[in-house]
Design a protein around this ligand. Structure first.
Ligand code: NAD
Length: 453
């Protein structure tokens, strides 16, 4: 871990005392932490609006934040202020994340930009010597996943993907996997991942770029297109931005920047399903039923003024050992595991079914949950990352297992875009006998936004 030039907390407290609290611009120090301040890593967050703040705010107990970056100056200002209040310490703010990567005092970056930026920032961060916590879905393409794996292997950097269901949600998902490993539903036959559909959008007209936003930089590696937005605002989760746009929050509904529900929620539930099944890759992806909100030709949308990711879908995935995986927009959000001797359902809020009820009489063996997790379950996903930074072992959401399951989500999207079944070779990581489909495994970066290697 780098030595920090951020004032260690004890020294800071002495300075506060020496200066006299009344004379200090900073508020009264609270939440003095027990551990040695010198062991606290120094973090910076890149991309702050919705999830960026969510992961930052869960991390103050484990790290000191030295800087933040966002291409929207309002978002940057608001979140830097919140962080300064929270940790009673100034932060540096940048529009350009490369200023963060240049700093030697920052040990790790948390990345919560839209997906089309993840790989470029993550790779450059590792090459600049930083450990990385990057939001799910880690990548836009399967080729990006391979590159990240190479750079993790080459640099030895610790890399956590933000699939916090592996650590959090009351350990329900860990319990689900422990139930399966203990044979409580017999041989697994089918796993259904309910990840909900989405509504399409009306036509979204070109609109003036908000003055606080650097649209060119937001687009980054993606093709240069006009900013689009309708006046109606999003409320509730992710709110405070236009309900329909090709930018904040709504980027997830466009293949240019993300992969719709398949990668947004698939990255969570397909992840747990694959972990439970033992982490081997699929052999076939069949788009059984699906609806795309715009017309496609050769896998590309024919209109550019509205959301283009699938609105509803039922994908069949042939997994090893004759297990059928279904990824569907129908039904409850969560995962239904069905086996020769029973079935149960799990999501973030509940785990239900006879095998779960039977635990009262026949509990899981001691240590079953820890066996799944690979040790004591961390207090949260950031805590697990920081523990890994100290041990220099990869954390619970490692890039290899993440990429393996995210391949199913990316392939599902390719299958729907092309309207046909795909055969997958998990060892070669190639679609079998389908040149056109294989062309979707990678994507060109816009000139000037290639990854700096
Ligand atoms: N783990 C989870 O459960 C979870 C939940 C929500 C979102 N996410 C993920 O977090 C990421 C962000 O989602 P969101 O809902 O917060 O999106 P958002 O659009 O609300 O926020 C993204 C922020 O990134 C900023 N940004 C864009 N390009 C940037 C760049 N080059 N440098 C710095 N900042 C940049 C934007 O200005 C914006 O403030 C996505 O990958 C999403 O899938 C994960």
């Amino acid at each position: 871990m780098h030595r920090s030039n951020v004032t260690p907390r004890r020294q800071f407290l002495k300075q506060v005392a020496a200066a006299g609290v009344a004379g200090m611009a900073l508020p009264v120090v609270r939440n003095v932490r027990a551990e040695s301040p010198n062991e606290r890593p120094v973090f910076a967050t890149i991309g702050l609006r919705n999830q960026g703040w969510a992961i930052t705010s869960k991390s103050f107990d484990y790290a000191d934040f030295a800087a933040m970056a966002d291409v929207d100056s309002n978002v940057l200002g608001v979140n830097v202020e919140k962080a300064e209040k929270k940790q009673n310490r100034k932060l540096d703010s940048y529009k350009d994340y490369r200023k963060i990567l240049d700093r030697k005092d920052i040990d790790a970056v948390m990345i919560a930009t839209p997906d089309h930026w993840h790989t470029k920032i993550a790779v450059e961060a590792m090459l600049a010597g930083k450990d990385v916590y990057c939001e799910k879905p880690l990548t836009l393409t399967i080729a990006e996943g391979k590159l990240i794996e190479q750079i993790v292997a080459k640099t030895g950097k610790v890399f956590q993907v933000g699939t916090m269901q592996r650590t959090e949600s009351g350990q329900r998902f860990l319990q689900a996997i422990a139930l399966i490993r203990s044979g409580r539903i017999g041989k697994v036959q089918r796993v259904t991942c309910g990840i909900n559909g989405m509504t399409g959008s009306p036509a979204i007209p070109e609109a003036p770029v908000p003055t606080e936003l650097d649209w060119e930089f937001w687009l980054g590696p993606a093709a240069k297109v006009p900013y689009r937005a309708l006046p109606e605002m999003r409320t509730g989760y992710g709110g405070g931005v236009p309900l329909y746009s090709n930018c904040h929050y709504s980027f997830r509904n466009w293949h240019e920047y993300s992969g719709g529900k398949l990668t947004d929620w698939g990255a969570h539930h397909v992840d747990i399903a694959c972990w439970a099944l033992g982490g081997k890759g699929p052999s076939k992806i069949t788009p059984l039923e699906y609806e795309l909100p715009v017309e496609y030709k050769d896998g590309h949308p024919l209109v550019s003024d509205r959301y283009n990711a699938a609105t509803s879908f039922k994908i069949g995935v042939a997994m090893p050992d004759d297990v059928e995986m279904i990824i569907t927009s129908e039904g409850d959000n969560g995962i239904l595991f069905e086996g020769t001797e029973g079935r149960f359902f799990v999501n973030r809020g509940k785990i239900v079914g006879k095998p779960v009820e039977d635990l009262k009489e026949n509990p899981l063996p001691d240590g079953a949950i820890e066996d799944v997790y690979g040790g004591k379950v961390s207090a949260n996903h950031t805590a697990n990352f920081v523990e890994a930074m100290k041990s220099r072992k990869q954390p619970i959401s490692d890039v290899w297992s993440h990429n393996q399951m995210l391949e199913i989500c990316h392939l599902s999207n390719i299958a729907m875009r092309l309207g046909r079944e795909l055969k997958w070779d998990p060892a070669k990581r190639e679609i079998v006998d389908d040149t056109q489909a294989n062309a979707f495994l990678s994507r060109e970066s816009r000139q000037g936004y290639e990854i700096n290697m």
